[in-house]
Ligand binder design. Structure first.
Ligand code: XIL
Length: 659
């Protein structure tokens, strides 16, 4: 049922909306912190400017007051003021149940500032989803600094991936109860490109070497992501859903919704599952290390016994629940600290129990899952000092009879580091121990320093990344007898933990780009001869200075593709490559439609149509088109009796070749 408020709203074109509905499947909801750098411009679905003097569907979450205000405005003369908050989670909310189509990516954007006189604070944009009487909360945009003096923009993308009874977006504060203004809220549909079906499946390319896996969340098991996942991968690792904070946030109260959904998806689709992780110093709730009266546990025997009994109960519950569905467990994660003389991380686990937490964890896991392979997993295992400490620990535990079957190398690496030789030494170091080895969390960051940040991945970084994937996978394949699987920490660049770690910036560490298209990194593994030596993901001032023109002629190439067509309408994309030697900054692209087609909506550019003549000029961020660069835009259009391809493509008046 539509809620009884009035506000300005625009719906998706009917057929696109229907196409989206067809993707509905199982699963849960997924926030993404950063909108994709390459995504097409969003198509507006809903907005609220408060200029009509109503709250346009915004309501209080609980007891606070939400009213239109003329004190400040981001645009126009009005904003929405929330006052009388008594808790940080209170704030203005808007119901989205009737607006969001499952499995479709939306961008939510809102401008926020604090009410006059409030001290600086932090705000975030969240979504509440209600189903079966319980509520879950997803952050769309994390804590962002805000003051009473300036507007701050919160913008992030969100995909709803399962049926819900209630769904709302809201703004809250990280702490405190400051009054806040909100303005110019928009929700927009984010067009996607079809998953490529004409490229080899990774899992087939690597079939004789090792299974290939990807870390997943709820976002990866619905819609196009799920299609891509099933097509290319053999195994999955739930990236967060099996961790302690997800499965047992409070003692004895287990939450299985996300883990059940992800494991169920995997088994239902013939994908095997790596279980990650049973004992770790992070994402473990505070109660685990605290007495019932709130006192921190110590190493005294009673406290230690309590900790180990909690660990045992946890492992019995989590491993027991999935039985044979999970054949490999990262029993212990990140327990090495090479800066300690004994190499053991001083975690709360270690401080309270010494090595007994590891002994207990592996013993119990083996009891509950006798046929599962039990792993110890860590990062930087290529660093000689860390590698050797890990090797010593594994040797010691196995000598005691602790059932450690395998060593997991996370391989969170970057375009520069580590060397192939060091990586090879890492694999060799564990062979004498007689353990299995797996690469468990590989990604290749485009960054080599924490102070770097690129709005768009530079071409030279993407090229280097492709060579890194090529060389590292060539190494893995040489060691295929030792490696029982290789897993990437994510599916595509639209959703990577590196967007917020170690600092917030857009990264691009995986094989598929933000629009799920194969990158040169993918070709590095599949067929290095097809690595594009001048990758130009989009025209941008940050494009590589090393990009070279593909011909010496000052001209261009137009690649036109109809991506979807239905009676009366179609969606198409146009890619213009500057194949000349000169830059075409502030470009103008023109073409003619032969059959009376009429563009209704265009993203990544500004469109003008005069009869059959269409003219497109850049948006603010893609006006640079260097030699060798590419610009791409998409559009929705109507057609009547026929829909033949456009003709007469030009770039700044120069005739483009087509193809
Ligand atoms: C990461 C997840 O991908 C993030 O979503 C989460 O916020 C933090 O943890 N090493 C590990 C993984 O063993 O569990 C981490 O996963 C990445 C580093």
């Amino acid at each position: 049922m539509r809620a009884p408020w009035t506000r300005r709203r625009r719906l998706l074109p009917g057929l696109l909306a229907l196409a989206c509905l067809a993707t509905v499947a199982v699963a849960a909801a997924v926030p993404l912190s950063t909108p994709s750098a390459r995504a097409a411009d969003p198509v507006p679905v809903l907005d609220a400017t408060f200029e009509d003097g109503t709250t346009q569907g915004f309501r209080p979450r609980a007891g606070e007051t939400v009213a239109v205000s003329t004190a400040v405005a981001h645009g126009g003369t009005r904003s929405l003021l929330t006052s009388g908050r008594t808790a940080s989670w209170q704030g203005p909310a808007i119901d989205l149940l009737d607006e969001m189509v499952e499995g479709t990516r939306y961008t939510l954007t809102v401008w926020v500032r604090l009410a006059a006189g409030e001290s600086p604070g932090q705000v975030r944009l969240s979504v509440q989803r209600d189903s079966g009487g319980t509520s879950a909360y997803d952050q769309v945009v994390g804590d962002t600094a805000v003051t009473a003096d300036a507007w701050v923009r919160l913008s992030g993308t969100y995909v709803l991936a399962h049926d819900v009874d209630g769904l709302s977006a809201y703004v809250e504060t990280a702490g405190g109860t400051a009054g806040l203004h909100l303005d110019d809220f928009t929700m927009a549909y984010q067009p996607t490109r079809p998953v490529q079906t004409d490229i080899p499946a990774l899992r087939e390319v690597l079939a004789t070497d090792f299974p290939i896996g990807a870390a997943i969340g709820n976002r990866q098991i619905i819609g196009d992501q799920a299609v891509l996942l099933r097509r290319h991968f053999d195994t999955v690792t739930p990236g967060n859903a099996l961790k302690w904070d997800a499965t047992q946030p409070t003692e004895g109260a287990f939450r299985w919704a996300d883990a059940d959904t992800q494991v169920g998806f995997a088994t239902g689709n013939g994908l095997s599952v790596r279980g990650h992780t049973l004992v770790w110093h992070q994402q473990t709730p505070a109660w685990v290390f605290t007495d019932t009266d709130g006192t921190p546990l110590t190493s005294d025997p009673a406290d230690k016994a309590l900790l180990l009994s909690r660990l045992e109960a946890h492992i019995r519950a989590v491993v027991g629940r999935y039985g044979d569905a999970i054949g490999v467990w990262d029993v212990a994660n990140e327990v090495i600290d090479e800066n300690q003389s004994d190499g053991l991380r001083r975690s709360r686990w270690y401080e309270i129990s010494g090595l007994d937490y590891l002994r207990t964890a592996f013993r119990v896991a083996r009891e509950v899952a006798p046929t599962a392979k039990l792993y110890i997993n860590d990062y930087n295992t290529n660093v000689p000092a860390k590698r050797d400490k890990l090797r010593d620990l594994v040797t010691r535990l196995r000598a005691e009879g602790v059932p450690v079957d395998g060593v997991g190398h996370q391989m969170h690496v970057n375009v520069q580091w580590p060397s192939i030789a060091e990586t090879e030494a890492m694999l060799q170091a564990f062979i004498p121990l007689g353990v299995e080895q797996q690469v468990t969390e590989m990604d290749v960051s485009i960054y080599v320093a924490n102070d770097e940040s690129f709005p768009t991945p530079p071409a030279d970084r993407l090229l280097t990344q492709a060579y890194r994937y090529r060389d590292l996978f060539a190494l893995y394949r040489r060691y295929a007898d030792e490696l029982t699987s290789v897993t990437l920490w994510g599916l595509a660049d639209d959703d990577t933990w590196l967007d917020t770690f170690p600092v917030a910036r857009k990264d691009a560490p995986l094989l598929f780009d933000t629009e799920l298209q194969a990158k040169s990194a993918y070709w590095g593994i599949v067929d290095p001869t097809r690595i594009d030596p001048t990758p130009t993901p989009t025209a941008s001032p940050t494009a590589s200075p090393t990009a070279t023109p593909t011909t010496g002629l000052d001209t261009c190439r137009a690649t036109y593709t109809v991506t979807n067509q239905w009676p009366g309408g179609f969606q198409a994309s146009l890619r213009i490559t500057n194949t000349g030697v000169a830059a075409h900054d502030g470009w103008t692209v023109r073409w003619r439609f032969p059959d009376g087609q009429l563009v209704s909506q265009l993203w990544n550019g500004t469109v003008r149509q005069d009869g059959p003549e269409v003219t497109v000029t850049p948006t603010s961020w893609n006006s640079a088109l260097p030699a060798g660069g590419t610009v791409e835009f998409g559009f929705l259009a109507g057609w009547k009796t026929s829909n033949n391809r456009p003709v007469g493509f030009t770039l700044d008046g120069l005739t483009c070749t087509t193809g």
